[in-house]
Write a protein of this length. Structure first.
Length: 100
């Protein structure tokens, strides 16, 4: 179900090791829905978070503000894995759309 306003971030853990993980990302707004695989940690290189190609019903990319929030959530998951030795299995967030 799409949010009426703002955007929703859903991240589900796939494969994981002590240094890296793969998540399935699903970003939703009232205007669209986008899915991609995401590599986090050492396997993602210097950026530490690398999104794969986005799959969507339309040709547009997800909004940058929502992608940035998803990246921040994944960086927090990376810090959690380094501190606690485990990756969060599921991350769900709602974010308001930024003011113009």
């Amino acid at each position: 179900m799409s949010p009426e306003n703002g955007g929703r971030i859903e991240l589900r853990l796939g494969q994981a090791s002590s240094e890296s993980a793969e998540y399935e990302a699903h970003l939703l707004t009232s205007d669209g829905s986008w899915r991609a695989s995401v590599r986090v940690g050492k396997s993602a290189g210097a950026q530490r978070v690398e999104f794969g190609a986005w799959q969507a019903e339309s040709l547009s990319a997800p909004p940058e503000w929502l992608t940035s929030d998803a990246r921040a959530a994944l960086n927090a998951a990376l810090r959690t894995s380094q501190a606690e030795g485990r990756w969060p299995r599921r991350i769900t967030r709602w974010r308001p759309e930024p003011s113009p």
